[in-house]
Design a binder for this molecule. Structure first.
Ligand code: CDP
Ligand code: MG
Length: 711
């Protein structure tokens, strides 16, 4: 073994470097070149010329709104300016929140590199299921949802001297809740302020401060910065009592906008054709394509790869980079590496690339004009992900990405007349999502009156009532709409949707927590199976070997178990890289998405730690899946549906009619009664991740919702 290793490394080193010194010389030179280049890039960013002024404004104003075009340097530079400006003295941190995981991770890595520090030291990030910070972290990028969770443990957010809410224009539900919370924290901290902002005193036990206690706690005031790419800062300014707004001017080159003559029926196909049209007919420059999700990205990735092979060798110099949230973070960074000389990059991204991250080198944008969003109907109580047309503001942001470094072109895959009909801007998410998670979190923070909470924009009253009802049915809230103990409190402490948290808590009573952990982890990632279009038939046979006739949840357990078994068998390999490679091949042979599976394994580990800490009993039901199915019925009872004479299903809780999704393993067996995990609306209603249950279980296990009729 040892001899083999030695031989290999010698063999690799020999042709490149004559001796060690020479190697380190080359290395040092390329490192210092990269440093110089980064320093020069930083200096040339539009925001660099106003560094002093920005720091001064933050010093003068407790709340400041910074508006600036995407790519001007807000996210990467401002926190560094503040750090250098002394805002982290005496141990305070600068927290920067992002609506998206990918942005938090990639930006933190970039900033760590700019500062010349190791990631996780001075500069770090923290997102759900991944913490890359240490006690020395001073600039911390995180998702807005994560900061909300921190507030549960640290209601005054006393570790932070500055909080920057970035990408506020996106108005995600977490951002909106966070803004309300921060407004309150800021007020409380300034009421108990020690006055001088140079004299930071981080009180260690502020958690113990009780209202009405005689103890007087002193905090340094909280500096709050709201950053937005949308030029209209009025809404934010009014919400924060007339807070000052400053504009950072960007640099924008002209972008040619091209429309299709006719509406396109197959967007993926149109995008594919346009990618190759640009590649073969246009000058140098990278291509950025906006797609609605991981599935679309991966299927178009396959198609582009196939089509490249058909080109002449000279034209094959096209590199593909996918970019979406659940992509492992080491893969996310690759998209920022410039293409080698003579090559062109094509980046297939979700709307992450709209404003959250800026990829250098983009000259062509392909915009099918669609985006996947959450949608909630208070009437049915069902939340679903739907693909809708972008707003005008989004279309403009997207096309703007082509004009960052020079003039560019944007191909909108729809006719010009459609653009005119688009909404001006996107409706804030809080107006179109299930609020039960938000309500649970706010209740855990002591906010019981949701309707009275100071939101920037109030959620729909009916949606609030529906969500309260759901939490009540799940046992998270008491009759007085207070958080129940222990169920509600336990649910709030898990970083999951209320339904999933409840399923885990119940599973420990049904002796199947081990399996439910697998189910919840596997359902947290998008599409475990990956089937290329040309292998549909072949894949059916392979997937069948995992498939359970009882339900998709059970199939997911089978896949997970099989992958663990495979890893166990390979353990003797003693070579991680080889194990990874074998696993990749195993996944490919079995039409499993390797990335998704890995992500699910990470999530599994994290939630397992969470439930262990909560003291839940982790038991496996072995092959007795009846327990698991009963537990699913007891947890997802609102998602129960009965078969209709015509073979469709009627959701019991609201009468909605839906079909079983074509990807489901029970589509053929059509059980009488099912529970499903989610409902997707495309041209039809589909329920996905479906498992057979016995309808009698509903009255037995969810009597708060169902009763048997007499006779
Ligand atoms: O936040 P804002 O949109 O104003 O800009 P930013 O994200 O701070 O980006 C500033 C510059 O850093 C852009 O030119 C990006 O291309 C560059 N950047 C990069 O090269 N690599 C990263 N991982 C992140 C940003
Ligand atoms: Mg930014």
């Amino acid at each position: 073994m040892a001899t083999g290793d030695l031989f290999n490394s010698n063999h690799q080193l020999k042709p490149q470097f004559i001796n060690g010194d020479h190697k380190s010389d080359v290395f040092a030179r390329s490192l210092s070149l990269r440093r110089q280049k980064i320093a020069q890039q930083r200096r040339s960013l539009p925001i660099a010329s106003v560094e002093k002024r920005l720091v001064e404004e933050v010093r003068k104003n407790d709340t400041l709104i910074i508006v600036g075009e995407t790519g001007s340097g807000k996210t990467t530079q401002l926190p560094q300016y503040l750090y250098n400006g002394g805002f982290c003295q005496n141990g305070g941190m600068i927290g920067v929140t992002q609506p998206r995981r990918v942005a938090a991770v990639t930006v933190a890595k970039r900033v760590a590199e700019e500062c010349g520090v190791e990631l996780g030291q001075k500069v770090g990030y923290s997102i759900r299921f991944e913490d890359m910070t240490s006690i020395s972290t001073r600039i911390k990028y995180m998702t807005d949802g994560l900061l909300l969770r921190e507030a549960l443990l640290d209601p005054y957010l006393k570790r932070y001297s500055v909080i920057v809410v970035d990408e506020a224009h996106e108005r995600t539900v977490q951002t909106d809740v966070l803004l309300g919370l921060l407004k309150d924290v800021q007020k409380k901290r300034s009421q108990n302020s020690i006055g001088s902002s140079n004299n930071y005193d981080f009180v260690k036990d502020a958690n113990n401060v009780k209202e009405g206690s005689n103890e007087v706690r002193k905090f340094n005031p909280l500096k709050l910065i709201i950053m937005s790419a949308s030029l209209d800062a009025r809404g934010f300014s009014e919400y924060f009592g007339g807070a000052k707004a400053v504009h950072v001017l960007g640099r924008q080159f002209p972008v040619d906008i091209l429309y299709t003559a006719q509406p396109e029926t197959d967007c993926l196909d149109a995008a594919l054709v346009t990618i190759f049209q640009v590649h073969l007919e246009e000058g140098p420059g990278d291509i950025l394509v906006f797609l609605s999700g991981q599935e679309e990205i991966e299927s178009i990735e396959g198609l582009v790869r196939e089509n490249i092979k058909k080109l002449s060798e000279a034209n094959q110099k096209l590199l593909i980079f996918p970019l979406f949230s659940s992509l492992p973070s080491e893969k996310q960074m690759k998209v920022f590496t410039p293409a080698p000389l003579g090559f062109r990059k094509v980046i297939l991204a979700t709307n992450i690339a709209e404003t959250s991250v800026t990829i250098p080198g983009v000259k062509y944008v392909i915009d099918p004009g669609l985006v996947k969003v959450r949608s909630y109907s208070p009437d049915t109580g069902i939340e679903s992900l739907i693909v809708v047309k972008t707003s005008k503001a989004q279309a403009l942001q997207r096309s703007g990405r082509a004009g960052r470094e020079g003039s560019g072109k944007c191909f909108r895959l729809y006719p010009e007349s459609r653009f005119e009909g688009l909404d001006d801007s996107t409706v804030p998410e809080i107006k179109r999502c299930n609020l039960s998670n938000v309500i649970l979190q706010l209740s855990a923070l002591g906010v019981d009156d949701i309707i009275g909470f100071d939101f920037m924009e109030k959620p729909d009253r009916m949606a609030v009532i529906r969500s309260l009802e759901l939490l009540y049915l799940l046992g998270a809230l008491t009759d007085e709409k207070k958080l129940s103990d222990p169920i509600g409190r336990q649910m709030a402490s898990l970083p999951l949707e209320p339904n999933d948290s409840k399923a885990l808590i119940l599973a420990s009573q049904f002796d199947c927590l081990e399996e439910m952990l697998i189910v919840v982890s596997m359902l947290s990632v998008e599409s475990i199976f990956y089937v290329p279009r040309d292998k549909l038939e072949e894949s059916r046979i392979v997937i069948k070997s995992f498939s359970s006739p009882e339900g998709d949840h059970l199939t997911l357990v089978n896949v997970y178990r099989a992958s663990i078994e495979f890893l166990e068998k390979n353990k003797t390999e003693n070579n991680n890289e080889k194990v990874e490679k074998n696993l990749r091949k195993w996944c490919k042979d079995n039409f499993i998405n390797n990335r998704s599976l890995k992500h699910a394994r990470d999530i599994y580990k994290q939630i397992r730690e969470n439930v262990e800490r909560m003291g839940l009993k982790i038991c496996s039901c072995g092959d007795d899946m009846l327990q698991l199915r009963r537990c699913l019925a007891a947890s997802y009872f609102l998602n129960a549906a009965l078969k209709q004479p015509d073979g469709t299903y009627r959701v019991l809780a609201n009468g909605q009619i839906a079909e079983i999704h074509p990807n489901s393993g029970v589509r053929r067996t059509k059980p009488e009664c099912i529970i499903f995990y989610n409902l997707v609306q495309t041209t039809r209603n589909y329920v996905r991740n479906v498992t057979r249950i016995d309808y009698l279980w509903l009255a037995e296990l969810a009597p708060q919702c169902y009763a048997l009729k007499d006779g």
